[in-house]
Design a protein around this ligand. Structure first.
Ligand SMILES: [Zn+2]
Length: 136
């Protein structure tokens, strides 16, 4: 009997279960979501005497990358739009992150379940012949 590993596995399962609610926190948020990301783009403007050439100080503009079904689109944002879209894009990022964390969590739980099954397997009561056959 190798039941000594079971308490540890059960403890592992309990703490993994307890972590689930925190992991899904973003799903309880109600911020509107826009699939996309706000980012700063740095570029040269093309004027030969501009500081972006002479001082190598690139122009910065805040852009919104929107994820449409048929592809990505970038739009320049005004300051007001930055304030409007950033929380929506952030809420999207958090929810996607929660989805990835959930898939990782599922894998962990599966591994624990498989370990628990291994630990609890018993061929007790089977015939000598059947005891020699590997179980599924
Ligand atoms: Zn310039």
């Amino acid at each position: 009997m190798k039941a000594d590993k079971l308490p540890k596995l059960r403890q592992q399962l309990s703490s993994t279960l307890a972590a689930l609610k925190g992991l899904l926190g973003p799903a309880f948020d109600s911020t509107p979501i826009l699939p996309g990301a706000v980012h700063v783009s740095r570029h040269r403007c093309g004027k030969p005497q501009c500081r972006c050439v002479t001082e190598k100080k690139l122009h910065e503009s805040v852009r919104l990358q929107i994820r449409f079904q048929d592809g990505l689109t970038n739009r320049a944002l005004t300051e007001e739009q930055v304030a409007f879209f950033t929380p929506r894009a952030e809420a999207y990022r958090r929810l996607r992150q929660a989805g990835r964390a959930l898939r990782k969590w599922e894998k962990e739980v599966h591994q624990i379940l498989e370990s628990i099954e291994q630990e609890r397997r018993s061929t007790e009561g089977l015939s000598d012949e059947d005891q020699k056959r590997p179980l599924r």
